[in-house]
Design a protein around this ligand. Sequence first.
Ligand code: SF4
Ligand code: SF4
Length: 345
Amino acid sequence: MKKIAKDQLALLWEKIDQNYQLFLPIAKEKAVNFSTWKEGAEVDLDALRTVNSPKNIIFPQTETYLTFKKEGKKLGLEVVSRDEEYVVFGVRPCDVASFKLLDNVFLGEPVDKFYEENRQKGLIISQACLNPEETCFCNAFAINPESAPVGADVATWDLGDLLLWEAQSEKGKAFTEALSDLLEDVSEDDRKKLDEVKAGIKDKLEDLPLVHVAPEKIEGGLKEIFASEVWDELYQRCLGCGMCTYVCPTCHCYDLKDYNGNGCGERFRCWDSCMFSDFTMMAHGNPRTTQKERVRQRFMHKLVYYPNNYESYACVGCGRCTERCPVRLDIVKVIKKLGGERNEL
Ligand code: SF4
Ligand code: SF4
């Protein structure tokens, strides 16, 4: 295990930036989001949850696939590919876990080549959560906020003045080696302090209001849950704004569109939302014509359809929807309601 003094981090950013596109949680206009680093950027490693999840980096909100240009009677096509390797620093364990959920979809057959390339060019550095907040419930999905998450190339822990650093993958080891002039070995005291801090997290988690959310209490098969009367009440106040799907690190629906200019254009992918009335609109119309059907689709997908296919829920308990839904219709309420708990909506 290695360490670096926090007041040396600017040097670390500078060094990484020489060879990679570097993404960090950066404060802009009172919101913290993953953005590319440049000198003077207001890096905020204390922000527990960025407004948007880092999925935007591997599955961008809009991504051009190809450009086309008409030249006389010929049509020139150019496939766009990501040319730069990148590092994402400070990804929280819930967000690291969300990458695996996206991988299941995009790297299963048929492999999405654009997503695959984005994944291969990235190196993920996690940052443990040593101060989980009231809206966190990652442990309901077997995620340990204090640990090195599966899927991180390097794991880090912020101990105040120090950042502890541990390579997790071969890629992470090579990367760590390349930064060896800035990293030093940890002492026994540092390890002891880390163990104490980790032990303290378990007590903190017990005091958080959502830690006992239990998706496994949802009973019944697909048909029963689909037909449940619970949906008649749950959907009522949904505005169909799509905020929950946009901030969610595991939502992955998208649309493909063509932009036609004057003799040129591009084909691009952009996020879509199952909460929108024109989602999956086809020539014969829309398969879900009511907001009740759309709300049911979103939560059935996360809690029933996805687990039926990949044996895990499509939620990592990041708490973004609990924080951002303007009418407080979040997945915690849905899990409780489907699990037979009486809770106020
Ligand atoms: S459903 Fe809500 S809590 Fe779960 S991963 Fe998505 S935004 Fe986070
Ligand atoms: S559940 Fe909330 S955030 Fe999602 S579409 Fe409905 S109102 Fe918007």
